[in-house]
Design a binder for this molecule. Structure first.
Ligand code: FAD
Length: 492
């Protein structure tokens, strides 16, 4: 029997992309949704910073799986919120200290040719790796990404059973680095594909080879750029939520969640049977949900964090594209520094994202907006002032060496985001970019489920819960959570 319960309401804590995804889906089920956000705006980590005609997306820069956004924007059958994006022909420009370069292209024939010509990696190795990455996606997508791992019925669908029989193909018991060393002839190719571990803040020397699924997101589905910049994803989701009647309360930090019978009371004022927590689960367990979440959620092993400099650069660089990677010389040492010594390595891999390459009005004419990021450890009693100053010096040296120009001379404007600030602004535990670490093979099962098995009506979405961090997975977590709510409260 179908019920349509307009009297049901839901309260969402946090307006990150996962919170927005949940709110849209729940509002589309016809229930009243209120979102509480501690900051003055929506988007969480997907922020924006502007000064002197330079505009920067402060958080995510790589956009994959745009159909998850499109699905939300047309969920009610109305195409009433404009959102445009384009597919990238060149996904990323790679640079090594010895002068080797490589352009990772959407065109796979071109990509294989570049590997063979520039790096000496036989084409067949790239082809078989990408095929394997696709197989891993086909196996894991159904079981690990689109459904709750903590509901028994997930394991009783034909799709899941088929996936379970093929689980050996996802290589849970080998590390990514070891598997890639066996697979490729050239060290640079190993480094190239090991880098994908950083897409969820992992260490390729510890994380399972299952993470070799990640390249399929880029080479199987493509890499994209929203015409109005990454922040326009959050803008569009916010507009869609408003159009569905979602009510937003900004500058509203939720400090307490009390259980009253079958309802929850937020800050002693707002009441509902359904609460969706989009804030980081460890922060929630230490804060508003401290009486409702078990002690083990108070600490998790976080993913890595990042240090980002936003530089207004007063000239153009024709050798650079939208996404650029300047690799470190010793990748293993770099990850050892980050994950074991909890320090930024002295020779860090530097990522430079220049949105003005694709969206020229993000910088003044003849200038560029550089988002310069290095992987950093999560916050743990380090001397950040010293580490940040040292990292800046090393980054400038590395880029100057590689580009053959004193980069420091061209920095007209600077702003920065440290792991401590990421923690402060978004409540992310220890400044982790992607919630809990995926460095061991059981990580997926240990992550906070999308629902509380103790307290009916309490749900979770976002980078620190299943299925994990990054824009596509956060959007999916909003879907999984709202599907479970729909089931629990007969919202069909
Ligand atoms: C520098 C950086 C680079 C990244 N690069 C990429 C990338 O290239 N591609 C990619 O896909 N992903 C990337 N990510 C990861 C991606 O941004 C995140 O996984 C995703 O945006 C997280 O969304 P979320 O909804 O889980 O949480 P958040 O964005 O963290 O949102 C949680 C919200 O909850 C609010 N909140 C917290 N506590 C409270 C409270 N008590 N009351 C009310 N509100 C509260 C916070 O203010 C915040 O707005 C990057 C992240 C960063 C920081």
């Amino acid at each position: 029997m179908k019920h349509y319960r307009k009297d049901t309401s839901a309260l969402v804590i946090g307006a990150g992309v996962a919170g927005l995804s949940s709110a849209i889906r729940l509002a589309n089920k016809g229930i009243q949704v209120k979102v509480f956000e501690q900051q003055a705006t929506y988007g969480g980590k997907m922020g924006v910073w502007e000064q002197d005609a330079y505009r920067f997306d402060t958080g995510p820069s790589l956009f994959t799986m745009p159909h998850y956004v499109d699905e939300l924007l047309t969920i009610d059958g109305k195409d009433n919120v404009p959102f445009d994006f384009e597919e990238l022909e060149v996904i990323c420009h790679y640079f090594w200290d010895d002068g080797t370069t490589l352009q990772a292209t959407k065109d796979l024939e071109l990509l294989k040719d570049s590997f063979e010509k520039n790096i000496g990696e036989p084409k067949e190795n790239i082809a078989s790796f990408l095929k394997d990455s696709q197989t891993k996606y086909q196996i894991t997508n159904h079981v690990f990404l689109e459904k709750s791992l903590h509901k028994l019925k997930t394991y009783f669908s034909w799709g899941t059973i088929k996936s379970i029989f093929r689980l050996h193909r996802v290589e849970v018991f080998k590390t990514m680095a070891l598997q890639n060393e066996r697979r490729f002839k050239q060290e640079k190719t190993v480094q190239f594909f090991n880098r994908y571990a950083t897409y969820n803040g992992s260490n390729p020397y510890e994380a399972p080879a299952t993470l070799n699924v990640i390249p399929h997101y880029e080479y199987g589905f493509g890499a994209f750029f929203p015409t109005n910049g990454i922040r326009s994803i959050a803008d569009a989701l916010y507009q869609k939520a408003l159009s569905l009647g979602v009510e937003f309360h900004f500058n509203s930090s939720i400090e307490t969640v009390e259980k009253r019978g079958d309802k929850y009371l937020l800050n002693g004022v707002f009441e509902s049977q359904i609460v969706v927590c989009n804030m980081d689960v460890a922060a929630a367990a230490k804060g508003p949900l401290k009486n409702l979440l078990s002690g083990k959620r108070k600490d998790y092993e976080p993913s890595s964090s990042a240090l980002i400099f936003y530089w207004g650069i007063n000239r153009e660089f024709t050798s650079l594209g939208l996404h650029n990677i300047f690799f470190s010389d010793d990748y293993k040492k770099e990850f050892h520094s980050i994950f074991s010594q909890k320090q930024i390595d002295n020779d860090p891999t530097v990522y430079v994202h220049i949105s003005s390459k694709q969206k020229p009005d993000d910088a003044p004419k003849g200038a560029e907006n550089w988002f310069v990021m290095v992987n950093a450890p999560y916050v743990e009693n380090q001397n950040w002032d010293t580490m940040v100053a040292q990292a800046r010096e090393n980054i400038v040296k590395k880029l100057s060496r590689s580009l053959g120009i004193d980069v420091a001379q061209h920095i007209a404007l600077e702003h920065k985001l440290t792991p401590q600030l990421i923690q402060k602004h978004t409540g992310s535990y220890k400044g982790a970019l992607y919630g809990s670490s995926s460095n061991n093979r059981t990580a997926a099962f240990l992550r906070q489920p999308n629902f509380s098995s103790v307290h009916k009506g309490l749900y979770f979405c976002g980078g620190s819960v299943h299925p994990g961090g990054g824009i596509p997975l956060c959007l999916l977590s909003g879907k999984i959570t709202s599907d479970i709510i729909a089931h629990d409260f007969n919202l069909f």
